[in-house]
Write a protein of this length. Structure first.
Length: 129
């Protein structure tokens, strides 16, 4: 929880610093344009990736398989879309890394290991009904 509070204080300060730095180099209107462009492009990609992931998950469920990788992909896409929706170059970079399929793979494997570790420690309890 402390890390979240610290991140909520540091990330906006870093974003403002990057805005000022980029505005000094390319001009403030270009910064606004780039923020809007990355937001629109990012949310469009997130929607497309989310739809593809949803369709793969539905297909696996109809075949009787658990869509575990697709659920984790969906979490990554959702978090990435939230980052892309917030204005800023740092958050947009993180958002694109989480939304694009070839850069999402390391995050997916890390999240799978994290969840498995929590389940083994008993922090997350999984019950099959």
């Amino acid at each position: 929880m402390r890390w979240l509070l610290l991140a909520l204080l540091i990330i906006p300060a870093l974003e403002i610093g990057v805005f000022v730095w980029a505005g000094g180099i390319i001009g403030p209107w270009w910064v606004v344009f780039l923020i809007l462009l990355t937001g629109i492009v990012g949310v469009t990609i997130a929607k497309q990736q989310g739809t593809e992931t949803w369709m793969r998950a539905r297909q696996l469920m109809t075949q009787g398989h658990a869509p575990t990788a697709e659920i984790i992909d969906g979490i990554c896409i959702f978090v990435g879309a939230v980052f892309l929706f917030s204005p800023g170059f740092i958050t947009d970079t993180i958002g694109f890394l989480l939304v694009l399929p070839w850069t999402r793979i390391p995050f997916r494997s890390w999240l799978q290991r994290f969840i498995k570790n929590k389940m083994n420690k008993g922090t997350i309890i999984y019950r099959k009904w």
